[in-house]
Design a protein around this ligand. Sequence first.
Ligand code: PXG
Length: 441
Amino acid sequence: MTLPRNTPDMNAYWMPFTANRQFKADPRMFVGAKDMHYTSDDGRQVLDGTAGLWCVNAGHGRTEIADAAHRQLLTMDYAPNFQMGHSLSFDFATALAKLAPDGIDHVFFTNSGSESVDTALKIVLAYHRARGEGQRTRFIGREKGYHGVGFGGISVGGLVNNRRVFGPGLPGVDHMRHTLDIARDAFSPCQPAHGLELAEDLERAVALHGAETIAAVIIEPVQGSAGVVIPPKGYLERVREIATKHGILLIFDEVITGFGRLGTPFAAQYFNVQPDIITCAKGLTNGAVPMGAVLVGGHVHDALMTGPEATIELFHGYTYSGHPVACAAGQATLDIYAREGLLTRAAQGLADHWQKALHSLRDCPHVIDIRTIGLMGAVEMAPRAGAPGARAYEAFVHCFRAGQLVRQSGDALAFSPPLIISEAQIDELVAGVRAAIVALK
Ligand code: PXG
């Protein structure tokens, strides 16, 4: 049944990462969400192929999370975390440290992925300085990387539109090349076979700048926003080796890959590569309350726990770091993940089904590559001459109108459904995407 739409006055709200004028001329609005579906303002059910924005890993409208947040709001709505404490943030940090790879056992809370990234960069600088290596101030990012929208994050990020109008950013940042190589790796079933040699870009940065000037390299284990760019076989291992050899810290930005997206709690465990720091957010609270976290290796943390005990070790934090309501929502989220086995669900037969289903689109017109890993994936289309991105945008709108939420990234459609998705719902999603692509010019 479709309902008459009740569209609000849209003038005041400046929408993020949105073509505001185009959207307001023909809006796409949601009014509700439960389990695998959104409800649109005209009463249609829309299958969520993107977990909101890669964050609602346990599906929508989870009453345990709502109840925990509600209870906490009434028990203690807010409490400062500067020179004061409450047990929720300690307990939640302990629970997160247990999920993280061994040796990553300290947690700094933020409110978003962007804040997690900027916090991680600052921790790295403070770490080197505390160890007498204050000249290590350079960061190495990667082309196509997305690390949020703070000035640190856009500086190490590698998506031109997020950088070009915002000035020079942090000084001393360099970038490795990205690893997307459709010519050689199109339709790889999982990790591509080519591109290991691109890890040597880190050695080149060392040769160019001097290892002693480089603080850290920051990498998304799988690049999400750029359209699910999967690391070549052996690549992350090699980056780790080079970083270790030169005393450079390795940050994994797991804002998307964290919390079961690949069938392990974190991608670090999936790839069996140990970073020094992990940034996360999104699935941390199932997207229900804004929160991020920086998971820090003991060696990094301990290097800063020096000097007189009355010293504040890190002059950094947010009013809402460790917010009690976010911690309560996060703990309820982790409980759901554990009870329902969601952090490993994408490792089982479901990922195989997902891979087969998405790769079945290979015969569709325009499709030049399909990439899947865990429960994330992308279908890349050839750009229409003179109109890059237009095909994927039209397919996204078509899917929304037909009842599937997908995400456009350049000329790719990206997918990251809630980890509760069924095989039948995967098939339904893929059938919708097929219909949208077939309808394209
Ligand atoms: N790092 C990574 C790897 C991310 O994917 C951030 C940092 C920033 O997080 P916040 O919470 O500040 O937005 C992100 C966010 C998309 C899309 O569809 C991706 C993100 C956000 C919105 C849309 O590609 N990633």
